[in-house]
Write a protein that binds this ligand. Structure first.
Ligand code: ZN
Length: 408
């Protein structure tokens, strides 16, 4: 059994002081006083005074391999960025390069406190191999589209990837149609049928740019969310991403569907100069999760920083400093993501997955010690993370990735 001692144990339901979390196998076995650990057969003990233990952060939308393009194409509008910068570079990709940059992207995500990633990219096989190597929990979908885009993004490859990886413990394959403007009704219907049969999640960009909305309107005579509703895929197993240009009517349809919306505030503020109507969706009961999108548009994999941007940018969007609150963005980065992906994670409680992050608070910006939640969201940095546990295993320890034999 492992024990993690912490001065603070924090999740969205509580703050506990001077407690120890006991881990048996991949599950949180119990939470006891530090003294109480003596009653158990403990082989490994971590943390102690000055440590904060939180549930692992869930990056609910990312493209880890795109780390290769960081710093390229900054400060451009989304359509030009995608069509003139990113897609031409992606044509040059090889499998070795994807694997190498996925490894770098995932390693950066882990070292900044993510225990789960939800990735959407072509060459999904290489990304899954990199995720497995590092020991992160990963949901991965092979991007498919049939309206624009290369041959590599065909549906057969998406289904093949799904079937090949569906028996892994830490890797869960998903279905990943690209976006509402690049996927036809026929393609989405086939995906829906397959998803129902396999009980699969569908992960898709929705209303990311004005051009996407215009293209769907022109082609289907519908708004993106109406299009998804009519195809029949807008339900609990649907993880939509961005939703920047959702109309009031779409917000209503979306919030009644049971689907999750992943908010990527930094990326879309940078690419579109916009913030999605997240607060409106949230207040109507939509499950919200948080994602970084990718290291090109973000430009980091730091989900601690993403929580801060989520809180701050929504305040600016709403003209209201009470929306969103620190506790809400922490929920989006933990329980919101867990709910979207259907995993028992995001809380530090008996019986939950032992996906945990140990943070060193012996820094000046954690003083005074009155409000640890505020410090986590508004003052902490990704590199305050010292140890990361996934499925009960220590996968990151003071700059080292314990499962990885060789970086590349
Ligand atoms: Zn994306």
């Amino acid at each position: 059994m492992k024990a993690i001692l912490a001065e603070y144990i924090l999740d969205t339901n509580k703050v506990l002081k001077n407690k120890a979390v006991l881990i048996e196998g991949n599950i949180i076995y119990d939470i006891v006083d530090w003294e109480g650990t003596k009653d158990y057969d403990i082989d490994e003990i971590y943390g102690g005074e000055g440590y904060l233990l939180i549930p692992g952060l869930i990056n609910a939308h990312t493209h880890v391999a795109m780390t290769k393009f960081r710093g390229l194409g900054d400060d451009l509008p989304l359509d030009i960025w995608l069509n003139e910068v990113i897609w031409p570079m992606e044509k040059e990709w090889s499998e070795e390069e994807i694997y190498k940059w996925a490894l770098i992207g995932i390693a950066e995500a882990i070292s900044n406190g993510s225990t789960t990633i939800n990735d959407h990219y072509f060459f999904a096989n290489e990304i899954a191999k990199a995720a497995k190597e590092l020991g992160v929990r990963a949901f991965i979908g092979h991007t498919v589209m049939d309206i624009q885009g290369p041959e590599t993004m065909n549906l057969k490859k998406g289904f093949k990837f799904f079937k090949e990886w569906k028996k892994e413990e830490l890797i869960t394959p998903t279905l990943a149609p690209h976006a509402t403007d690049t996927c036809s009704k026929e393609l989405l219907s086939e995906i829906k049928e397959f998803a129902e049969k396999e009980n699969a999640l569908i992960h898709m960009h929705v209303s990311q740019s004005k051009e996407e909305v215009l293209r769907v309107k022109r082609r289907e005579g519908l708004l993106p969310v109406e299009y998804l509703r009519d195809v029949g895929i807008l339900e609990k197993s649907f993880i939509g991403v961005h939703g920047v240009y959702l109309s009031e009517k779409e917000v209503k349809i979306y919030s009644q569907s049971g689907a999750t919306l992943v908010h990527c505030p930094t990326s879309l503020a940078k690419l579109e100069g916009e913030i999605a109507p997240i607060i409106a969706l949230w207040e109507k009961g939509t499950n919200i999760a948080l994602g970084n999108d990718c290291a090109v548009s973000n430009n980091t994999m730091d989900m601690i920083l993403e929580m801060k941007f989520a809180a701050i940018l929504n305040k600016v969007k709403m003209g209201d400093p009470t929306k969103a609150k620190a506790k809400e963005v922490f929920y989006w980065a933990t329980l919101g993501g867990a709910k979207a992906l259907g995993i028992k994670a995001g809380l530090i409680e008996k019986g939950y997955l032992a996906d945990l992050v140990l943070i060193n608070t012996k820094k000046l910006y954690f003083l005074p010690k009155d409000n640890i939640l505020s410090h986590l969201v508004y003052s902490a940095k990704g590199n305050d993370v010292e140890k990361v546990f996934v499925n009960g295993d220590l996968i990151y320890d003071l700059g080292k990735f314990t499962k990885l034999l060789k970086f590349f």
